[in-house]
Ligand binder design. Structure first.
Ligand SMILES: NC(=O)c1ccc[n+]([C@@H]2O[C@H](COP(=O)([O-])OP(=O)(O)OC[C@H]3O[C@@H](n4cnc5c(N)ncnc54)[C@H](OP(=O)(O)O)[C@@H]3O)[C@@H](O)[C@H]2O)c1
Length: 281
């Protein structure tokens, strides 16, 4: 049900938000599909989140993405949260229903898994142990996705052990929460390692991890996408590991959002990726 009779509106709520590459991506899709519409960055202070979300319906928005720091708070504000987002513990996308009520879902998990499959055809979650570094909102989506894809062992290391233990308690097997000090050793025998911390992101220091125990055949992924190649990925690539940056996750999580807002599933094309990449590197 594409609403060709009206101007389509969507956006992203964050604080800060101007770094977001989502407007570029969604506006590319409006153009690609010949639709009249726009996707705007919405700088929303945490104390204004409720009012901003409730204002979406009268303003005519089809929905929004929510990003740092609103993913968990927004979940408490919306009227319905689907089972997937509830399991992950955060929402990344809000859909405004015709009656004005708000539905929350999480597309980060879809984004991560699809990016990995797109960039590493033949990848399997059950190929061997997977090390996930970090236990924040992004990690929850990644761990949930990996577990759902059939990962048999997810070694979860986080600076604050309790947060990793909480995920272990909530998700159960295959999550194993491990101490931050042991992160270098957890790489031994792993088929994949994923950084989900904000370390390595522009403005932050690099993730401190020794890769000497990591097999050269292991896949190294980062969900950070600014810069495209974090120091962690650069180190992995330099020793011969295959790498995946966080951009594919960002691009792919937009597809189900469009499906929910506009009834269209847009493509993550090479042209779109190159266009966004050009603004980062
Ligand atoms: N590509 C995408 O589509 C996508 C999607 C979601 C997120 N991301 C990116 O992923 C990153 C994390 O986002 P998030 O939403 O998960 O954030 P978050 O919920 O705030 O979690 C931050 C994580 O980083 C860890 N951390 C922070 N500072 C650290 C330090 N100095 N040393 C070690 N660990 C540290 C935290 O550990 P503690 O628990 O100990 O604090 C926690 O595990 C951000 O850079 C974000 O932009 C990308």
């Amino acid at each position: 049900m594409a609403h060709s009779d009206r101007f389509l509106l969507a956006g992203v709520m964050g604080w800060p938000v101007m770094h977001s590459r989502s407007p570029m991506m969604h506006n590319y899709w409006f153009k690609k599909h010949g639709l009249a519409g726009t996707y705007v960055p919405l700088a929303i202070r945490p104390e204004n989140l409720t009012a901003a979300l409730r204002g979406l319906h009268p303003l005519g928005f089809a929905g929004v993405n929510v990003t740092i720091p609103h993913k968990q708070e927004a979940m408490k504000i919306v009227d319905d949260v689907d089972a997937l987002a509830r399991s992950i513990g955060a929402i990344s996308c809000v859909v405004v229903r015709p009656d004005g009520s708000l539905a929350g879902t999480n597309n980060d998990c879809y984004g991560f898994i699809h990016a990995v499959k797109q960039e590493q055809p033949g990848w399997r979650a059950d190929a061997g142990p997977i090390v996930v570094i970090g236990a924040g909102g992004g990690s929850r989506a990644v761990c949930y996705g990996l577990a759902r894809e059939g990962a048999r062992e997810i070694r979860l290391v986080n600076r604050t052990l309790d947060r990793a233990k909480e995920i272990e308690r909530e998700f159960g097997a295959p999550i194993k929460a491990l101490r931050w000090e042991d992160r270098h050793e957890t790489l031994e025998g792993a088929a994949m390692v994923v950084n989900t911390t904000s370390q390595g992101m522009v403005g932050n220091s690099a993730l401190e991890i020794r890769l000497d125990k990591l097999s050269k055949s292991a896949l190294a992924a980062d969900i950070v996408y600014i810069p495209l190649e974090t120091p962690f990925l650069a180190a992995a690539r330099a020793r011969g590991n295959r790498t995946i940056n966080g951009l594919g996750m960002l691009l792919n999580q937009g597809r189900p959002a469009w499906k929910a807002w506009f009834g269209i599933e847009p493509e993550v094309t090479a042209e779109l990726r190159a266009m966004v990449e050009k603004t980062i590197s």
